[in-house]
Design a protein around this ligand. Structure first.
Ligand code: ADP
Ligand code: GLC
Length: 486
């Protein structure tokens, strides 16, 4: 079966979050299972510069404001996954984030930029661009790629089915409704039953309404997005899709996230030889200007700074964390007010709180490897990869029991501890008091080194394999084979 994945970012070339890790790992996992998978990406400079063996498949345009568009076929570095790249310098020839300019604002022509991504995807699917290859199925990720599902629906004769994966329902790609004609979609796509959302044009709805199947990245989040609390106003649409919506948990690329072979760490370690972990902790404390103290439980955070991640709760719980003798290291950037509050906390508590606002992949490995525990009090979390990485590094996750966090961390309750099943600490209510309670339990267990090590070993033994996820996607694809035309 031939499958075209469509996305806006891919690790390590362009990454704003976990989406990039998934887009890098899923196609190779599918290829390893015999699926003929390819990827379509926008021609951001970091992508065009890094792919190998590029050749022009075709040129076309003017389209979406780009005078001339070149479709390039190439190979991704490292995995050698075949990739189509849309070379449209006027739309994509911009450094930095795929979504925002250096001023932190969305690019004003995102409608055209991601309209083009969806349009090209549907054209490749319809067999109109590459005479040598066309997919049986199109798999679009997040709102950036969602319009592909609407373009396919506009030309049902192709018979190509589509799958849409929601990585985060909170980012919806909303634009001015009167701009619909710029996309070349029929006027009927502007109706509420189609792409209209509270007077706007919603790219997210294109995926939710027109894909044959909708997946999201954990079973819990698949249930949650059908509720008012987590549905971001789209719960009605999701409920309307009934059994077409399911959850497939993300995996981890253990060739990248593994303390036994991690070049970013000063020492390697494993569940059977934990000594190197203490070295990583001391090195992180030194690097961050924290007191080098093996006895102080070191809490780490690696996160985008957004409301989603519940980091305001960490600010509220910080006095308690420090009174308990803990230290905090935060690596994150984003929301200016949150960033300022954490920087102020670091200034107020030198040697005990450290903050780095850099986006730095190697540092993320050192924080996750060096911390004793990783805090993720997210208000919602579709899957969350950071806690999965933390588990493998024996850095026990402290999580709000929601979405993928609820599905992947087993709380250290007395029963789970007794049964040697505990892998971290979770709390039910998203408030400061509940987070403080989880931190207290973590510190209490940390003071019992044998019990802590036992939980570390359970955590490190967890296996979130991409092969299992790829098998679920493959089954889904096969169930849809030939069902593209309504
Ligand atoms: P999300 O995609 O919502 O941000 P995930 O937990 O799925 O959450 O994925 C986050 C990814 O981004 C992880 O790979 C994490 O290590 C990485 N990350 C987040 N912030 C930074 C940062 N400042 N520097 C480096 N990596 C980061
Ligand atoms: C989104 C979600 C995160 C998920 C990632 C990859 O960014 O916020 O929970 O892990 O996508 O699916």
């Amino acid at each position: 079966m031939k499958v075209l994945h469509v996305a806006a970012e891919v690790f390590p070339l362009v990454k704003t979050g976990g989406l990039a890790d998934v887009v890098a790992a899923l196609p190779p996992a599918l290829i390893a299972r015999g699926v003929n998978a390819r990827l379509l990406l926008p021609g951001l400079p970091a992508i065009l510069d890094a792919v190998s063996s590029p050749r022009t498949v075709c040129t076309f345009g003017p389209l979406f404001g780009a005078a001339r568009v070149r479709l390039v076929k190439a190979l991704l570095p490292f995995t050698q996954v075949p990739v189509y790249v849309i070379d449209a310098p006027l739309l994509f020839g911009r450094e930095g984030s795929p979504y925002q300019g250096p001023d932190g604002r969305d690019w004003p022509d995102n409608l055209q930029r991601f309209g083009l991504l969806g349009w090209v995807a549907a054209q490749i699917a319809a067999g109109g661009l590459d005479p040598d290859w066309a997919p049986d199925l199109l798999h679009a990720h997040d709102w950036h790629a969602a319009l592909a599902c609407a373009y396919l629906a506009q030309h049902p004769a192709t018979g190509v089915a589509s799958v849409f994966t929601v990585h985060n329902l909170a980012y919806q790609g909303l634009f001015a409704l009167p701009d619909l004609p710029l996309l070349g979609l029929q006027a009927s796509f502007g109706r509420p039953q189609a792409l209209e959302f509270h007077g706007h044009l919603s790219f997210m709805k294109a995926g939710l309404q027109y894909a044959q199947r909708i997946t999201t990245v954990s079973a819990s989040y698949a249930r949650e997005i059908a509720t008012r609390e987590f549905g971001c106003g789209l719960e009605g649409v999701i409920q309307g899709r009934g059994g077409d919506v399911s959850g497939i948990l993300n995996g981890v690329d253990y060739t990248i996230w593994n303390p036994e072979i991690d070049d970013a760490l000063g020492a390697s370690y494993s569940a059977h030889a934990l000594d190197g972990k203490a070295h990583c902790k001391a090195a992180l404390q030194r690097e961050m200007g924290l007191a080098v103290d093996a006895a102080a439980p070191l809490f780490g955070i690696v996160s985008r700074l957004t409301a989603q991640k519940g980091l305001d709760l960490v600010l509220g719980a910080l006095p308690r964390l420090l009174r308990l003798g803990g230290q905090l290291v935060l690596q994150g950037n984003g929301d200016a007010a949150l960033q300022a509050a954490f920087v102020a906390a670091a200034q107020q508590h030198p040697g005990r709180v450290a903050v780095r606002t850099a986006y730095d992949e190697a540092l993320a490995h050192r924080v996750i490897g060096g911390a004793d525990a990783i805090l993720m009090p997210s208000r919602f979390e579709p899957c969350g990869l950071t806690q999965l990485y933390a588990l493998r590094y024996g850095s026990l996750p402290v999580v709000h029991a929601v979405g993928g966090l609820a599905d992947t961390v087993t709380d250290a309750s007395p029963a789970a501890l007794a049964a040697h099943r505990a892998t971290g600490f979770s709390f039910r209510d998203a408030n400061i008091h509940a987070l403080e309670g989880a931190i207290e339990r973590a510190v209490a267990l940390y003071r019992q080194p044998a019990a802590w090590r036992d939980v570390m070993r359970q955590a490190m033994a967890c296996e979130f394999s991409w092969d299992v996820a790829a098998q679920d996607y493959q089954r889904l694809y096969e169930s849809l084979s030939g069902s593209g035309a309504p």
